[in-house]
Structures are given as structure tokens and as C-alpha cells.
Ligand binder design. Structure first.
Ligand SMILES: Cc1cc2nc3c(=O)[nH]c(=O)nc-3n(C[C@H](O)[C@H](O)[C@H](O)COP(=O)(O)O)c2cc1C
Length: 223
């Protein structure tokens, strides 16, 4: 698959078949992805992969916490406020996803909201979750490197017909992930990437997110 095709083919997949992704494939994806550039080749990433029983335990524990309404406590907290134009784009995403859930089964707003959290806390049923971690002492520039790594993982996965989802909600309870995967305290658990094979019949996977028109985004002069 060429890069342009991979960029267009990747989308956030929020429901997976149970079929596992082989360890060999996971390692090939991650090896290719770590060709991502980083500030002065610092390669600040540490990557922890959960599958099998380890991931099942996390799924169970996350779900229990969600049912008990335990507040999340991510190492990298979500922003409390967003500029209006950004809020608008987030609202569009939520309303589209809500519409799909409602079409699947008639439910009220609060139940839908809870089910969005629960599906995140079940890691969308994916057979593998890759947690990307970063030394707590590193700066936003290293965070930039982590973004490059994350997209590289998801694009490399496309080569092997492996679908993906990046989710900050996967890192909602870092204490659980840290204990299960033996992640040292000096690393922040930034984000999880689900890897697996899309359940193409699932309504959540019918949604394809839009993009702003390119002429609104790119500002050229002299070409
Ligand atoms: C840093 C980051 C965090 C995200 N966290 C979540 C999440 O917690 N749950 C979720 O369902 N999607 C999450 N997403 C997926 C975005 O909603 C998705 O990338 C966006 O809507 C564009 O859709 P696409 O990936 O299908 O192109 C996240 C994406 C990024 C880049």
C-alpha cells in the first residue's frame, strides 16, 4: 500500500472482531513505526503492548471503574477549555457518533454518553492495545515526537490490513495500566492505540470523519 492510500484508508475504528493480531505483525508494525523522526533522534518513546489475558484484565477493571463512576486520572490531563471554533468541531464529531448509536438502539442522551465511555473502556473490543509512554521530565517537543510515532504506528498497521484507534480515554486509569504492564513510575502513559481487525458490520464503523476544505487550512504565497 502506498502512503497516500494508507493516509486515506486509516480511520478510527471503534469496534473490532475478536481475531488476534499476531505478535510478529505487531512487532513489524512497531519496528517500521519507530523510523519516525524525533528531536535530535532522541527516540523518547517507550512502548508497552497489552493483549490476551493482560488486556482482558484491564478491560474488566476499566469497566468496573466506569460503572462505579470513578473519576479518571490521566497522566496527561485533557484540556479544560477549548476555543469556540475547536469546540464546534468536537461537537460535530459527538453529534455524529451519537446519531449512529441512537440509530443502532433508541436511547437517551445520558445513556448514550455512558455507552461512549464504556466502549472506550472496553478498548472497543480490540485484541491489542499499544500504550505510548514518555519520560515525565521531557518537554512538549518530545510530545510532538510521540504524535509522529502514533501516526506512524497507525499507517504501518494499514500495510498489514490492521485497523487502529488512538484514544486518550484508554489512558484514563494509568495506575491500572502501570500495574498490569509493569510500567515504571517515571514514565507518563500518554495514549493507547487499539490494533485489530474492524467489525465492518458495526454501526460505529459506518462513520467517516470529515475534514476542513484544504483551501481553509493551507495558506500559500509565491507558489
Ligand atoms: C490524541 C488523540 C486522542 C483521541 N482520543 C480518542 C478517544 O479517547 N476516544 C475516541 O473514540 N477517539 C479518540 N480519538 C480519535 C479522534 O476522535 C479521531 O481521530 C478524529 O475524530 C478523526 O477521525 P478519524 O481518526 O476517523 O479520521 C483521538 C485522536 C487523537 C489524535
Amino acid at each position: 500500500m502506498n502512503v497516500i492510500d494508507a493516509l486515506h484508508a486509516r480511520s478510527t475504528v471503534r469496534a473490532y472482531k475478536q481475531d488476534p493480531v499476531g505478535k510478529d505483525t505487531i512487532l513489524k508494525i512497531l519496528k517500521a513505526a519507530t523510523r519516525a523522526p524525533s528531536w535530535a533522534n532522541t527516540q523518547p518513546w517507550e512502548i508497552f503492548v497489552a493483549g490476551g489475558e493482560a488486556l482482558e484484565r484491564l478491560r474488566t477493571e476499566y469497566t468496573l471503574r466506569s460503572q462505579k463512576r470513578v473519576p479518571s486520572n490521566p497522566d496527561l490531563p485533557a484540556p479544560q477549555t477549548w476555543p469556540p471554533v475547536i469546540r464546534q468541531r468536537m461537537a460535530e464529531l459527538m453529534s455524529e457518533r451519537t446519531r449512529l448509536i441512537r440509530a443502532d438502539r433508541e436511547r437517551d442522551e445520558a445513556t448514550i454518553r455512558q455507552s461512549v465511555f464504556e466502549s472506550n473502556y472496553r478498548f472497543f473490543g480490540a485484541p491489542t492495545v499499544v500504550f505510548l509512554c514518555l519520560d515525565r521530565n521531557l518537554s512538549s517537543w518530545s510530545l510532538f515526537d510521540m504524535g509522529l510515532l502514533a501516526q506512524s504506528v497507525m499507517l504501518a498497521a494499514q500495510e498489514y490490513q490492521v485497523d487502529s484507534a488512538p484514544a486518550f480515554l484508554f489512558a484514563s486509569y494509568p495506575d491500572l495500566v502501570r500495574a498490569e504492564l509493569d510500567i515504571p513510575e517515571d514514565l507518563s502513559i500518554l495514549i493507547g492505540l487499539a490494533l485489530g481487525y474492524a467489525d465492518t458490520n458495526h454501526p460505529q464503523n459506518r462513520y467517516r470523519s470529515a475534514r476542513r476544505p484544504i483551501q481553509d487550512v493551507v495558506h500559500c504565497k509565491g507558489l
